[in-house]
Design a protein around this ligand. Structure first.
Ligand SMILES: [Zn+2]
Length: 99
């Protein structure tokens, strides 16, 4: 679908048009989150053992990094980020606020 933002049409890969960017209430991060519910067998960040990470921009998920999670789960996380991403990638806090 197409969403009009500031006169520019951008393609978004979700059916909804609402902004879905969470915010870390601890450090204010609004761009990068990981999921504590999708564990990785091979930790890839110092203290984070999630196997997926989402990067948000302009009110939507820009991309989901997959570090060993099943493809289905990655797609699911992309479609319903609020159900998966619950941990701040910057500070590790789970005190997130979703719109
Ligand atoms: Zn944070």
């Amino acid at each position: 679908m197409l969403k009009r933002t500031n006169g520019v049409k951008i393609k978004i890969n979700q059916e909804r048009g609402d902004d879905v960017v969470p915010r870390c209430l601890n450090c204010g991060n609004e761009t990068s989150f990981v999921s504590s519910s999708i564990q990785s067998g091979t930790p890839w960040m110092s203290s984070k053992d999630s196997s997926v990470a989402a990067h948000f921009a302009d009110g939507q998920v820009r991309h989901v990094e997959n570090h060993g999670a099943p493809h289905d789960i990655t797609n699911e996380a992309f479609q319903r980020p609020e159900s998966y991403f619950d941990t701040c990638h910057q500070c590790g806090s789970t005190n997130l606020q979703w719109p």
